[in-house]
Design a protein around this ligand. Structure first.
Ligand SMILES: [Fe+2]
Length: 598
């Protein structure tokens, strides 16, 4: 267990928390500085290349050669000033809202529950720190950095907090010549920077802060007051950049779907630097998905955004140089749908209009503004991927098909048929509030674009999500999928390898698996092709499956490298990490040759 110290953390009392459990002072007086600190582990076999400070680490300065399309979040100064009188009043009002008007009652927004075990944030950043390989050896071809994004709230929540509400933190394992070093840094978003300078939270939690009209009105009014008094400047965004990363056009972007991407880079020593909010030379003026798709053959990127007002869906793409092409608004999406991911083929972009969407009636009744509608028939929309408008878009009813993530899609029969593979969430009504009740069944959906006939094939009955493929096969017919085993979601107790070619016979397609062991949980696996740049004729599964795994028995985190071709996903190497890496969302591996181009 981590050694922690924080007066604010002590507001939590559950034994499951990784925090100290001293009772809080019963006061509504403003918390002037709730910055939390984490001490390094007392016993470690690692060597620190830079001293770990128990104080906060200042954000890296923005480079002097910042491209014009990068919007600086704010001043890089980290010096705190005493709160103004309005700030003290607003903080008191915030405490009143969190204590009396909308306290965190439901488990899905109760910080004691949401931030328990290894969902708890690490309490400061970690400069590049050397790690020890404790089993096997890191393959020479594994040369680059595995970087994973995830929520890590800068301040312990005062009120309701959902898993999706945390500030984005990147955990990067730089691997070179068989050695590894870990670095953990916040994405220096506008929200992070303003709140760091203030010393307290300024922005409401988007996912958890607007349940019910009263809470929404109270937090909305407080937010408006902070804006009017200049505490908060929304013109630089309010996103968390906590969901994923993508590399294209020699740019590495940290993504969250409520804002523009943030451009980041790794320095030569493995440190992570936030360059700034990135708007593609002014052409992306609103948010974009955290799951863009990269065609590795063409270098193009495909993306979208969705929202609560028409057009509820907007599709767009970027050419191989990263130049954004014009928006394609999709007005045939007639209701706002929770559209977290999509798929591409060589000819099409594919969207799922699912039963989860904006639900104002539920909100009036005191529920979440995002909810499920069991009367809605799910649809799949198919649009030519180079479409300039939606005139050729077709929609197909696929009842009960509710996906949050897509895995892949491809064309069959000269593009007259498409096949899409994705985890279909059964009991979708639990998606946001009772994730532990989710069961996601991976399906292959085959759509004849001419006849409209839809066929569905179960791939595995297990509870699987956070699935990845060999990135060279995005949009192309592929055979192998590596998926996390929910036990329950969002905890991942192992990884399975699926062979999609078995799906047409209605067999379970699992061909290999590795469970992490009692009390050990990972996250999204990632497939790294072995020597991809030099080995163009390699088999699809010639490579490694990697993941961070945390042992809740010992409080230690590891990085696993598994042989993707072996029937048991044999361990090739295990790296002991110098510090806990919290459970998170999506990551990627960036080869050294690509890191040098960023
Ligand atoms: Fe996702």
């Amino acid at each position: 267990m981590d050694a922690l110290s924080s007066s604010f953390l002590s507001t939590f009392s559950t034994q499951k928390l990784l925090y100290r459990t001293t009772p809080p002072p019963p006061s509504l007086s403003p918390i002037l500085n709730v910055r939390i600190e984490e001490k390094p582990q007392q016993t470690t076999t690692t060597k620190t290349t830079q001293p770990i400070s128990t104080s906060t680490t200042p954000p890296p300065k923005t480079t002097s050669q910042t491209p014009s399309s990068i919007r600086s979040s704010s001043s890089s100064s980290s010096s705190k000033v005493e709160p103004s009188v309005p700030a003290l009043i607003f903080n008191a009002l915030d405490d009143i809202i969190n204590t009396f008007i909308d306290p965190p009652i439901k488990p899905s927004v109760d910080p004691k529950h949401v931030l328990s075990q290894n969902f708890a944030p690490v309490l400061n950043e970690l400069p590049p720190t050397e790690c020890k390989v404790i089993q096997g050896s890191l393959p020479p071809s594994l040369n680059g950095a595995y970087i994973r994004n995830g929520p890590n709230p800068q301040f312990l929540p005062r009120g309701p907090y959902h898993l999706f509400d945390g500030d984005g933190m990147l955990h990067s394992l730089r691997i070179s010549q068989g050695k590894a070093s870990l670095c953990s840094r916040y994405v220096k978003t506008n929200k992070y920077t303003l709140e760091r300078e203030a010393g307290f939270p300024l922005f409401p939690n988007v996912f958890s802060g607007f349940n019910g009209l009263t809470a929404s009105a109270a937090r909305g009014a407080l937010s408006a007051a902070r804006i009017l008094t200049g505490q908060v400047d929304l013109s630089n965004g309010f996103g968390l950049a906590n969901t994923s990363l993508v590399l294209f056009a020699n740019r590495l972007l940290a993504l969250g779907e409520s804002d523009l991407p943030y451009s980041v880079k790794l320095s030569s020593n493995g440190d992570i630097e936030t360059l700034g909010r990135y708007d593609f030379d002014g052409k992306l003026f609103m948010s974009m998905t955290a799951h863009p798709k990269i065609d590795s053959d063409t270098g193009e990127a495909f993306a979208f955004r969705y929202g609560p007002v028409p057009p509820f869906l907007t599709y767009f793409r970027f050419d191989k140089n990263g130049v954004k092409q014009p928006d394609v608004p999709i007005f045939s999406m007639t209701r706002p749908s929770f559209l977290h991911d999509f798929a591409i083929t060589k000819k099409y972009a594919i969207f799922a209009d699912i039963q989860i969407g904006m639900n104002p009636l539920e909100m009036i009744a005191g529920g979440s503004p995002v909810g499920s509608d069991p009367s809605k028939v799910s649809r799949i929309g198919v649009i030519p991927r180079y479409a300039k408008d939606e005139s050729e878009m077709k929609w197909f009813d696929v009842p009960g098909f509710n996906i949050i993530h897509a895995i892949n899609a491809w064309d069959e029969e000269d593009g007259n048929v498409i096949e899409m593979v994705a985890p279909n969430i059964l009991s979708v009504e639990h998606t946001l509030e009772r994730m532990e009740l989710i069961h996601a069944l991976v399906e292959k959906v085959r759509i004849d674009l001419n006849t409209g006939i839809v066929k569905r094939y179960p791939i595995s009955a297990r509870n699987l999500d956070f699935a990845v493929i060999n990135q060279a096969y995005v949009g192309k017919k592929n055979k192998y999928v590596y998926a996390g085993v929910g036990d329950p979601m969002p905890k991942i107790s192992g990884v399975v390898k699926l062979d999609l070619s078995k799906g047409d016979q209605r067999e379970d397609c699992t061909v290999a698996s590795r469970m992490y062991g009692e009390g050990c949980y990972g996250g999204e696996p990632f497939f790294v092709a072995r020597g991809a740049a030099e080995n163009l004729d390699a088999e699809e599964d010639d490579g490694y499956v990697v993941s961070y795994v945390h042992d809740e028995n010992t409080g230690e985190s590891r990085f696993l490298v598994m042989d993707a071709k072996s029937p048991n996903l044999d361990l090739v190497a295990t790296v002991k990490l110098p510090r806990r890496v919290p459970y998170g969302f999506h990551g990627l591996f960036v080869a050294e040759s690509d890191l040098n181009k960023i």
